[in-house]
Design a protein around this ligand. Structure first.
Ligand code: FE2
Ligand code: FE2
Length: 220
């Protein structure tokens, strides 16, 4: 079976992620490179394990997490589809077709808010990806420049991020600390409402509730 470690060693995948990181930093986007995809892969695998998915599914979640943003170097628009097709091209002879299809579908769905969540792999990837909001994702250092873009502003304001799943309470929780001197909590919602709705849908697919706590206020 193909493992996350195999995928992390693949020169094509590494090149696609590196190119994507460079392409998006050119536009002053938040980090979509190795820090982000390694964190998403780790979070996806931990979540998959915690909610009782099989060993194979845990590995598929981790692989999807590592590869989900690698289509960005072709184009930010539709990067989820580019990523899924690139994944097929690289691994078509190295994975069972069923597993390949599941990872492709999860990659393609991670940024498509209109699509239904159709597998636990997709659900886990959405939760692991959309919960990655943190100060260290902001690449640009100039504070004035950070202020001019809402994504950078909101990520910069997040000083602490905890993500956990409680299988007994059937609850997946994202707990954030936001520096409200930097952005008001409302701004977080301005750009993250859609993502949080998607997290709720993904959690629901897994038969869980999604909770959001900001500065100790329970918002969801
Ligand atoms: Fe993405
Ligand atoms: Fe991502």
């Amino acid at each position: 079976m193909l493992t996350l470690a195999d995928v992390q060693r693949n020169p094509y995948i590494n090149t696609f992620i590196q190119r994507s990181k460079e392409a998006l930093s050119f536009y002053h986007y938040t980090d979509h490179g190795f820090d982000h995809v390694n964190l998403v892969a780790k979070r996806a695998k931990e979540l998959a394990k915690k909610i009782g998915l099989s060993n194979v599914e845990q590995e598929l979640c981790a692989i999807a997490g590592f590869c989900h943003d690698m289509g960005n170097f072709i184009d930010r628009i539709d990067h989820e589809y580019w990523g899924a097709l690139l994944f097929f091209e690289v691994f078509k002879n190295k994975m069972p077709p069923k597993d390949l299809g599941l990872v492709m579908q999860a990659i393609a769905n991670h940024d498509n808010y209109k699509a239904k969540v159709l597998s636990p792999i997709s659900a886990v990837l959405i939760l692991a990806d959309k919960s990655d909001v943190r100060r260290s994702r902001v690449i640009i250092k100039n504070k004035k420049l950070i202020q001019t873009d809402i994504h950078n502003r909101v990520n910069f304001a997040v000083t602490n991020n905890k993500f956990k799943a409680d299988p007994k309470k059937k609850r997946i929780t994202l707990q954030l600390e936001i520096d409200t001197d930097f952005v008001p909590v409302m701004e977080y919602f301005e750009i993250f409402t859609q993502r949080m709705v998607q997290c709720r849908r993904a959690a629901k697919f897994l038969d869980y509730k999604f909770g959001l706590i900001i500065n100790n206020f329970k918002l969801l």
